[in-house]
Design a protein around this ligand. Structure first.
Ligand code: LER
Ligand code: MN
Length: 268
């Protein structure tokens, strides 16, 4: 089990302190969020490398924010976001991270509805597949993956289920385009979470962990034993990163959450 935590969830005056505290809590890695840096993440590369050295923890992955969603109605903005994802993949590779989170599009952004020729959804999907294929071709020297993340209905219109992410991954047809299973979103959208995990199988490359109320696992009503079992049986060997709120005293609730998850993974 490779358990990480987003760097913004751990307090600290510096990135070094945040990484060191994550290690003390029992995490094996740290997920960077691009929104959690002053200015641009690209201006903090040496600081990130220093935090890795000082703590002994690797960067598991890089999570992006809404302003970086790949599909924009504006062609210039689309090209800029494509270039941004390429730079983030290069950064992930340099840091030894497994990959970069990619959300296709969130409201209020929309594409045109060209029905009956193409619906907005068909247009987004086609643009997404072609753009991802282009990014993969332009980064052919890299191993870092693109983790396609379905969100829940209150955050996204397009891409809300694991099955749709699997379908898009298959259309792109490259091992570096993988599916991100975020337990918080899945709890809202999936009829049967363990079944969604089983059906996606080895296409799941990354996991975001949170409970039903987007607090630490163990503080809501998601059945972690059953879902982690499904992941383990599917042969999942990627990173699972906490992305949630922290109830209580983090010095107590974060190590307790690590123990809670490890116990359930081991019993799986
Ligand atoms: C957003 O709710 C989310 O889950 C993130 O991983 C992507 O921005
Ligand atoms: Mn997420």
């Amino acid at each position: 089990m490779r358990l990480a935590i987003q760097h913004t969830m751990v307090r600290g005056k510096s990135l070094v302190e945040r990484f060191q505290r994550a290690a003390e809590y029992g995490f094996a890695g740290v997920e960077l969020t691009t929104g959690g840096f002053s200015g641009s993440i690209f201006d903090h590369v040496e600081e990130i490398e220093e935090a890795m050295r000082a703590s002994g923890l690797p960067v598991s992955s890089i999570c992006t924010r809404k302003a970086e969603d790949l599909i924009s109605p504006d062609p210039e903005e689309r090209a800029a976001r494509q270039e941004n994802l390429i730079r983030l993949l290069q950064l992930a590779e340099r840091l030894g991270a497994s990959g970069v989170v990619c959300v296709p599009i969130r409201p209020p952004a929309r594409l045109v509805d060209l029905s009956p020729v193409w619906t907005e959804e068909e247009l987004i999907e086609r643009l997404l597949v072609v753009t991802l294929q282009d990014i993969i071709a332009k980064t052919a020297d890299l191993d870092a993956a693109i983790f396609l993340e379905p969100l829940n209905r209150y955050e996204a219109r397009f891409l809300r289920t694991i099955a749709q992410a699997v379908h898009i991954g298959q259309s792109v047809g490259h091992r570096r385009v993988q599916v991100l299973a975020d337990f918080f979103h899945m709890n809202i959208e999936e009829a049967d979470m363990p079944n969604a995990i089983r059906s996606a199988g080895s296409r799941i490359g990354h996991v975001h962990l949170a409970d039903s109320n987007r607090l630490l696992p163990g503080h809501g009503h998601i059945d972690f034993a059953t879902n982690l079992k499904a992941l383990r049986r599917a042969g999942f060997s990627g990173w699972m990163a906490l992305e949630c709120g922290i109830p209580g005293d983090p010095d107590k609730t974060l190590p307790a959450c690590v123990a809670f998850l490890r116990e359930r993974w081991q019993q799986a």
